[in-house]
Design a protein around this ligand. Structure first.
Ligand SMILES: Nc1ncnc2c1ncn2[C@@H]1O[C@H](COP(=O)(O)OP(=O)(O)O)[C@@H](O)[C@H]1O
Ligand SMILES: [Mg+2]
Length: 245
């Protein structure tokens, strides 16, 4: 039975899509069978971060409605066990059939080791759809106080609609950031009220790889790629140390 991981945050632009794609590729590299679903209805862009923008993609609504089987999900050009369903362009999240979405996810859990759902920003209908069907939730936040407060609100919203085990990922950390703020990752966990899944450095490789239409690749010992690798291993139940930033 596969695990469903929802990638969420209250704010937009925290790095949900980038990290969802990077974790998906890393899981696939480790031999896991992965389905990625872009649930950011209206603002879809997971295809770009996955390096799949040139592939014909099937919207998840076409699978939900029974028009197409799950086996028609787009296949990643580099990782044959990484499959993708895009978001519909014209449908509103409020108009999606929550039961049909859940049924699709249940079916997908039989076929995949991992189902990753890239949620839209905020705690609206799209968030609820992702959260309600998740076993695990990755709350992506920045390290500054305002971002962490937003992370705390997201954690509370998750608790109301989801039974998922939630953890935070603190993204876009610049070298020396915590030292300058006299802040630690423990403070991040305390503020958000969730355990830590990982920290990811600010790394221009994240936007450069998306711009080049390629999955995130290693760009150094303390790169976002390395951080994602640690996060992925932890998701798979392995014990790895935090990246020292
Ligand atoms: N660790 C990182 N280092 C540098 N840029 C990042 C990092 N994570 C995300 N970004 C950039 O931040 C922007 C927003 O990321 P995105 O994944 O689209 O966020 P969201 O899905 O939460 O809206 C993108 O331009 C992306 O390239
Ligand atoms: Mg996004």
């Amino acid at each position: 039975m596969g695990q469903v991981l929802a990638v969420v945050s209250g704010k937009g632009g925290t790095g949900k899509t980038s990290l969802c794609a990077a974790v998906a590729c890393c899981l696939a590299k480790l031999g896991q069978k992965v389905l990625c679903i872009d649930a950011d209805v209206g603002l879809r862009n997971l295809d770009i971060s996955l390096g799949m923008s040139q592939e014909p993609a099937l919207p998840f609504t076409a699978v939900m409605s029974g028009e197409y089987p799950l086996s028609k999900a787009a296949v990643h050009p580099k990782f044959e066990h990484l499959h993708f369903l895009t978001a519909p362009v014209t449908t509103q999240p409020e108009d999606l059939d929550a039961e049909a979405f859940s049924a699709m996810i249940s079916h997908a859990k039989n076929d995949y080791d991992w189902v990753l759902i890239d949620a839209p920003a905020g705690v609206g209908a799209g968030f609820r759809l992702a959260a309600a069907n998740a076993d695990l939730a990755m709350v992506v936040t920045g390290g500054e106080p305002a971002a962490l407060r937003d992370g705390a609100r997201t954690a509370q919203a998750l608790e109301q609609v989801s039974r998922a085990e939630a953890k935070i990922v603190v993204n876009r950390i610049r070298t020396g950031f915590f030292k300058r703020l006299r802040f630690t990752v423990d403070d991040c966990m305390d503020t958000v009220g969730l355990p830590l899944l990982g920290i990811v450095p600010e790394d221009e490789a994240v936007s450069l790889s998306a711009a080049a239409g390629k999955p995130l690749a290693r760009s150094g010992r303390k790169s976002a790629y390395e951080a994602v690798k640690h996060i992925t291993l932890r998701l798979m139940g392995r014990k790895t140390a935090l990246l020292d930033l």
